[in-house]
Design a protein around this ligand. Structure first.
Ligand code: ADP
Ligand code: MG
Length: 691
């Protein structure tokens, strides 16, 4: 019976029900699935050498005749050796296999074999340990670039490679082509058959690169087509008309908005008035004044009788936002409330019923805002602040809270997301950029210091406080017990609390030192924070809870202990806590690390204040995992593409996708039929993320 892509793997020789189960663990059921199971690396097993010429530093193939019957010896329980002596025209090689007794039967004296492994030289003698081997003339795993697959227990690479070989040999004919011919030509992409064949069994590394490029493009193209469609449909979706003039709003502000802030508000005003749902991202570096822009939205919604929910990533930040909004908007009659996890009991009940009755116009909180039991009378606008993880999925879930007509959505983000990632995560949003800081700001001076400067640094703290300024000292949450950062389990708080106590009692007994960390009760945290805010504390020692958004313009010095433990973007965020007022500000990175790479990284931060550049550097050095944990961005996991390495191709694929969707929004053309199917499959596979 001919094999097809639908042939179940359990129908293949050598794959019984037991192996079938194990293959299923890898997501492999039918032969066609194996075409999508891509190698994680390759072993170059092409070159064959005579023993005398074999390189000593890397594995290679040698062809040799087995000269004696293999011998097995049992060294001790659990350790046996099979020894084989083989010869070619240039020498003799002694080959040892550990714990592979079957080899005694598998290898015959007088026959010729190919061995792949490192050839060690001992004088005139050669030796190999545990090489790959096969009979000359039946070679299947030598003499080629061998794919190395992700495996699971009980499934060998040879088995998988064998299956992949059959899939490639017998199932590629008639493999449907997702990418229209015109597009392939325009972007110099090979055909799908060539790509599939060469990603598994490349003829050479050039062919592999060509194959990979096509598959990466295809993957990113399908994804960005889906996002472009999503954006298309969203912006076609009905939205509540909201009238509001940025000019009228500006009168409420204690300062004149910058041109960039004004532009963002104008963009929003146009969205809100359009009768379609707003889906906008406001991007601006720390301190660029995004809060005022958000306040404009809340004010406009309230004026039009709609409710607004403002979501912050931490309780601390939610509390601060609630204070700011209250101060700014209550004179205009906007009723502001705070809802976080620590609002409980009667207070919470009253708040929820006021919300449902429409007696609250703006509710500020954490993700508690969208938990069960929170009902809105008429939710018209959702604002998400500094929510790197507020991806497509979460936004879609929100669209449902608004009843028949989805609420307007505004996402605000500082810059630590590299542009390329933003294109994907926020690929379905319109973007306004605030590329200007409020006037009168000095750039923050950043210094890298070692332990030897500690005393001088403490002196500088006293000097700043003497001039009336305030100081942050941030320590990493120590992970001695293997727990996560900050709020993770097992975090050792002692180190941080002990350090704060030491500062308070021994180093700065004359100063007012406060302390916050993630384990304090919300009430306690807020007490300390607001004391610092009111200037009743000189120094605030903290873990990274103050990372995002906290605003104390009088603070002029940020000290980060063990700076090498932080990502660059995180440090940039921390640095953004100072330089928010009219005072010259400093950020001092303390490290005892002698690692040259660690110091280079930190120096890069001293050299630039450009959040975009720092984010790109972070992506290059540490990969996308720093920006979001696995899958937390709410997008399908990429199989081939690599966010850091494939940025250029991402831009190219996205551009192509946008053009294609603009020309054929519903992918109705016959030449787009398969693409449409692929997009739907991708978004269906991740239905919980997208619907
Ligand atoms: P971020 O973009 O980091 O959220 P904020 O909205 O917290 O920035 O603003 C940072 C500080 O700058 C706040 O103290 C805010 O009051 C102030 N600010 C914002 N816009 C202006 C402006 N146009 N002129 C003067 N100060 C401003
Ligand atoms: Mg902010």
């Amino acid at each position: 019976m001919p094999l097809t892509r639908d042939t179940p793997l359990t129908g293949l020789p050598g794959v019984g029900p037991a192996r079938g189960k194990k293959l299923e663990k890898l997501g492999l059921r039918a032969l066609g699935d194996v075409l999508d199971h891509l190698p994680q690396r390759y072993e170059d097993r092409r070159e064959q050498y005579a023993l005398g010429d074999a390189p000593v530093d890397r594995p290679c193939c040698v062809s040799a005749v087995v000269a004696e019957t293999p011998r097995v010896s049992y060294v001790r329980r659990g350790l046996s050796l099979v020894k084989i002596k083989a010869v070619d025209s240039t020498g003799t090689v002694h080959i040892t296999f550990f714990n592979q007794d079957y080899i005694r039967e598998a290898v015959r004296r007088g026959e010729s074999y190919i061995f792949f492994g490192v050839v060690e030289r001992q004088g005139n003698l050669f030796a190999m340990t545990n090489p790959v081997f096969e009979r000359e003339g039946t070679a299947r795993t030598t003499g080629l670039i061998m794919p190395v697959y992700p495996l699971t227990a009980g499934i060998s690479n040879n088995l998988l490679a064998g299956i992949a070989r059959r899939a490639v040999d017998e199932c590629l004919d008639g493999l449907p082509e997702v990418l229209p011919a015109r597009l392939r030509k325009e972007h110099r992409l090979c055909q799908t058959q060539f790509a599939r064949k060469n990603i598994h069994f490349p003829d050479d590394f050039e062919a592999l690169a060509i194959a990979r490029r096509r598959l990466v493009f295809e993957e990113l193209f399908v994804l960005t087509c889906g996002l472009a469609q999503l954006k298309d449909r969203r912006s076609a979706g009905e939205g509540r008309p909201v009238e509001g003039s940025p000019e009228d709003f500006a009168a409420l502000l204690p300062f004149a908005p910058t041109t960039a802030q004004r532009r963002a508000m104008d963009d929003m005003a146009a969205d809100l008035r359009s009768g379609r749902a707003m889906n906008r991202l406001v991007q601006g570096d720390v301190g660029s004044g995004k809060t005022a822009v958000a306040a404009f939205g809340a004010w406009a919604a309230a004026k039009n009788g709609l409710q607004c929910a403002l979501m912050a990533p931490t309780e601390l930040l939610a509390e601060q936002h609630a204070r700011t909004m209250e101060a700014l908007l209550s004179p205009a009659g906007v009723r502001v409330a705070l809802l976080t996890g620590s609002v409980k009991g009667r207070e919470k009940k009253a708040l929820l019923s006021a919300l449902e009755a429409g007696e609250i116009d703006l509710v500020v909180g954490t993700h508690a805002l969208f938990s069960q039991g929170v009902e809105y009378k008429d939710l018209g606008l959702v604002i998400a602040d500094e929510q790197h993880r507020f991806g497509v999925a979460q936004r879609s879930a929100l669209a449902e809270k608004g009843g028949a007509v989805p609420p307007h959505i505004l996402v605000m983000s500082a810059t630590p997301i590299p542009r390329t990632l933003a294109l994907i995560i926020y690929g379905d949003l319109d973007v306004s950029v605030i590329d200007e800081l409020p006037p009168g700001r000095f750039p923050v001076t950043t210094l890298l210091v070692g332990e030897d400067k500690r005393a001088r640094m403490y002196g500088f703290v006293r000097k700043q406080v003497g001039e009336g300024r305030q100081v942050y000292i941030v320590c990493p949450a120590v992970e001695e017990n293997g727990g996560g950062w900050e709020d993770g389990p097992g975090m050792d708080l002692k180190a941080v609390t002990a350090y704060a106590a030491q500062l308070r009692e021994r180093v700065f007994p004359e100063l007012r030192v406060g302390f916050v960390h993630g384990r304090l009760k919300a009430r306690e945290k807020e007490d300390v924070m607001s004391a610092f805010h009111r200037g009743e504390l000189d120094i605030l020692v903290s873990t990274t809870v103050i990372e995002v958004g906290v605003d104390v313009p009088n603070a002029s010095l940020m000290i980060v202990e063990n700076a090498e433990r932080f990502g660059l973007s995180q440090l940039h965020q921390l640095r953004g806590r100072v330089g928010r007022g009219k005072h010259q500000s400093w950020c001092v990175l303390v490290t005892a690390s002698r690692s040259e790479t660690a110091r280079e990284r930190l120096k890069a931060l001293c050299a630039t204040g450009d959040g975009f550049q720092i984010a790109e550097e972070d992506l290059r050095l540490r990969g996308p995992g720093d920006f979001f944990g696995k899958r937390q961005h709410g997008l399908p996991q990429l199989k081939v593409a690599d966010f850091a390495a494939d940025m250029e191709l991402l831009k190219e694929a996205r551009q192509a996708a946008q053009e294609l969707i603009a020309a054929d929004p519903e992918l109705k053309k016959p030449s787009h039929r398969l693409l449409k199917k692929k997009v739907r499959e991708l978004f269906d596979e991740n239905a919980e993320l997208f619907n």
